[in-house]
Design a protein around this ligand. Structure first.
Ligand code: SF4
Length: 132
């Protein structure tokens, strides 16, 4: 899909809450990583409710699915391919996310594709994804 226009998403993402592990419940597992706060209403940078309640995926490589805007920068930066697109399995990187513009049911549920840390245990803690 390529470059993401934040205005088109209807929410303004904010950085992941550094206290998420103590603030929110563990609500499940997905691709061998833990999920926190799924189903919990959280709020964007403007204090407005995020349109999704997908939760935070991963513990060490934590991706806030509410704040993810599908720009693919973390995937492009990662040297060990930790991430894959949630809705486009097997694909990673900028422009490889699933375009939801003609998929209203998926758009209502996910807002946009999400960067899923499917190989969290491969992380070498280089922090390239954080600064991307
Ligand atoms: S810290 Fe480095 S290795 Fe780990 S997910 Fe981020 S970019 Fe990949």
């Amino acid at each position: 899909m390529g470059k993401v226009a934040i205005e088109s998403l209807g929410y303004r993402p904010k950085p992941i809450d550094p206290d998420f592990l103590t603030k929110y419940p563990e609500t499940g597992t997905h691709h061998n990583h833990k999920v926190y706060a799924e189903g919990v209403q959280r709020y964007d940078e403007d204090g407005k409710p995020y349109p999704t309640k997908l939760g935070i995926h991963g513990t060490m490589v934590a991706v806030d699915f509410e704040a993810c805007i599908a720009d693919g920068a973390c995937m492009d930066a990662c040297p060990v391919q930790v991430f894959e697109w949630l809705l486009n399995p097997g694909k990673m990187g900028t422009g490889q996310d699933l375009d939801l513009s003609d998929k209203p049911e998926l758009k209502a549920k996910y807002a946009c594709d999400k960067s899923d840390p499917i190989r969290e245990s491969d992380c070498i803690f280089c922090l390239a994804c954080e600064i991307s």
